[in-house]
Each structure stands twice: as C-alpha cells, then as structure tokens.
Design a protein around this ligand. Sequence first.
Ligand code: NAD
Ligand code: DAU
Length: 360
Amino acid sequence: MKTDIQTSPLRTILVTGGCGFIGSNFIRYLLTESGFSGCVVNVDKLTYAGNPESLADIQERFQDRYRFIRADICDRDAVRDVFRRHGISAVCHFAAESHVDRSIVAPDAFIKTNVEGTFTLLEVAREHAQSFELFHHVSTDEVYGSLGPDGYFTEETAYRPNSPYSASKAASDHLVRAYGETYGLPVTISNCSNNYGPYQFPEKLIPLMILHAVEGKPLPVYGRGLNVRDWLYVTDHCRAVWEVMRRGRRGRVYNVGGRCEMANIDTVNRICDLVDEILPDSPLRPRRQLITFVKDRPGHDLRYAIDCSRIEKELDWRPQESFESGIRKTIRWYLDHREWIDRVRSGEYQAWVQQHYGQV
Ligand code: NAD
Ligand code: DAU
C-alpha cells in the first residue's frame, strides 16, 4: 500500500450516512468550520436512524455546495449514478447500522449494510480508479474486542469482535484494507471510541439517559454499570476524520479516542447531577433515584480504551472538548431541541423501545 503523506485537494466528497448522528455533524463541520471549499454529496437510505431535518439549515445555506440523495449504499446502480453525475473524487463512509443491541436481536441488516454496502462502495470507487483520490472508512474501536482493567487498543491490536455489529464493522475494515493492498485504492481507516453530542439518536446511552432524566423515567443501566467506555465529543471526532482525510498517510489506520474512560454508572450519575443542577426547581431531584439496574447485554464488552498517540503525533490532533464541557453542551442541546426529539422518537423508534425495554 502507498504510505505517502499527502495534503489532498479533495474536491467533491461523497459522505455516506450523512443524515445520521456523526455524519450530520461531520457535514456541518466540513461546510461551516473546516475551511473545505468543495462540494458534499450526502447519500443516505434514511433508516430509523437517519433524519434529513438534522441538516435542514445546511441544505438551505449551502444550496450550491450541498446535495442530499436518498439511496441505499447496497444499490450498485444508484451508487454508480451518484459517482457519474456528481464527479465524486473522495468518499467518507459513515453509513452503517450502528446500535449493538439491535445487532443482537436482528443482525441481518448489519451484515447487509455494513459488509455488502461497504463492498459496493469500494467496487464503484475502483471503477473510477483513474480520478479517485480517497476512500476514508469510519470505523469503531469495538473491532478490537474487550479489554481487562489494564492496557489500550493500538492500531496493531488484533481484531476480536464480540457482537454482530462489531463483527460486521471488522469485516468492512478488512475489505477496505484489502482494496488498498490489492487494487492500490487510496484508503484510510479511523477506529474511534464512543461519541456523544447533538443529533444522536436516543437509543444510545447518553441521549437516552438525558431524556429519561429530564422526563423522570427509569434510567436502565445494564448489569452493575461497571463497563467502561472512552467518551469523545462528536465534533472532536469529525475534526479527526477530516485531518486523516487531508493529511493522513494513505493506507494507514488511525485510532481516535477521548482519553476519557468512565464506568457507565459514573457517566449516568454525572448526567443525573447535571440535569438536577440545570433544572433546580424540578420535583424529580435527585435524579439518581431513577437509576434501575437491568439485565446485562449478552457478550457485553467490559472496557474500551484507545491509545490515540499515532494521530496525536502524526496529525497533531487532540480533543478540544473535555467530558465536563461536552456533556453540558449536549444536555443543553437536548433541552433546546424538543421538536427534533419528538419526531425521531415516533414510529419505529417506539416499537423498538417497547420490544427492548418493555414498559420502561
Ligand atoms: P447512526 O446510526 O446515527 O447513522 C447511520 C446513518 O447511516 C443513518 O443516517 C442511516 O439512515 C444511514 N444508513 C444506514 N444504512 C444505510 C444504507 N444501507 N444506505 C445508506 N445509508 C444508510 O450512526 P452513527 O452513530 O452516526 O455512526 C456513523 C458511523 O460511525 C458508523 O459507521 C459507526 O460504525 C461509526 N462509529 C460510531 C461511533 C459512535 O459512538 N456512534 C463510534 C465510532 C464509530
Ligand atoms: O465504541 C464505539 C461504539 O460506541 C460505536 O461503534 C457504536 O456504534 C456505538 O453505538 C457505541 O457502542 P456502545 O455499545 O458502547 O454504545 P451504547 O450507547 O449502546 O452503550 C454504551 C454503554 O452503556 C454500554 O456499555 C452499554 C451501556 N448501556 C447502554 C444502553 C443503551 C446501558 O447500560 N443502558 C442502556 O440503556
């Protein structure tokens, strides 16, 4: 694989899954903060997790530089059409089924989108090899499996995925790497830890806990709440992805993390205390009393912790947000965006909550 450092011009970027949590934050970052002057084409299937309203203001403001196309990344003709019509020169691939609990109940969509969808994108990129600049694949630390109390995931850690979700992401990482090695496709991969921030679908720990704490509903903590996650504010992840795309060595993997390990129970306690502080007159205080320990997730990974020294050294990337500042911003965002929340919580979301949490 090629490993030269490049500062790429990257003119027209296809962002997949741009209506999801990180993808929408990435497009917002790219067009409003990064200094990028090219065009963005957002291809999203709009599953339950995709919401074009998350980018309504961007659509309005960047009519000449932003285009949304509803399509499935598994549909090769549709992807070919996007490449041809929009002169795609780079891909930033976020589209995925992303929720571990769903992958345990219904893995099919994970294999389809995460494996076959990535394969389809790679094949179409390969058809455009002459003019193609970069395929950046957004992946997860979960491909490395679970850590004990010590140690970190480095880019050399062997893959050991434990859920259908992480296994499907691992498969997609291997495909991306293989297309770099075999066909010389310019590729980069980033493996990131747990993100939180605005526009995250409220099935994931942090937004679920914020909303339930505000509404006085039980806070379902799996097992004893001792599993550890390494939290990163979403904009810090977006900056990392962009730095890798701009300046990362082609063919290289970059781990991204917050150096912010927290046991789930501590994360939930902190959210309870902050919501109490922000809403001091509420009769629901203290919200820690809402915490309910529930049945553990099968195959629940104990601990994730990222060694991100490579991206720090090579690309001078560091998180700008601490957990304290990031979680305050996030709680404030969920308090101020009631309409967005009500809309994404309707329909299939309700059915899933019923099935998964029963009457919680
Ligand atoms: P998300 O579930 O919020 O969004 C996924 C988006 O992909 C949605 O808009 C959905 O409609 C779209 N999508 C799903 N299937 C599709 C298909 N077949 N064709 C086109 N679009 C499709 O996910 P997220 O949390 O924003 O994660 C984005 C990416 O980042 C994923 O690849 C995930 O594995 C990775 N990642 C997430 C985290 C995290 O903490 N959320 C951490 C590290 C890596
Ligand atoms: O590490 C990166 C990964 O982080 C991403 O690849 C995934 O797409 C993303 O969903 C996330 O996976 P997790 O399984 O770590 O995130 P989740 O928010 O589902 O859960 C975080 C922790 O909280 C985990 O240990 C399970 C626990 N949990 C989760 C939920 C939803 C609870 O205790 N109660 C809950 O209700």
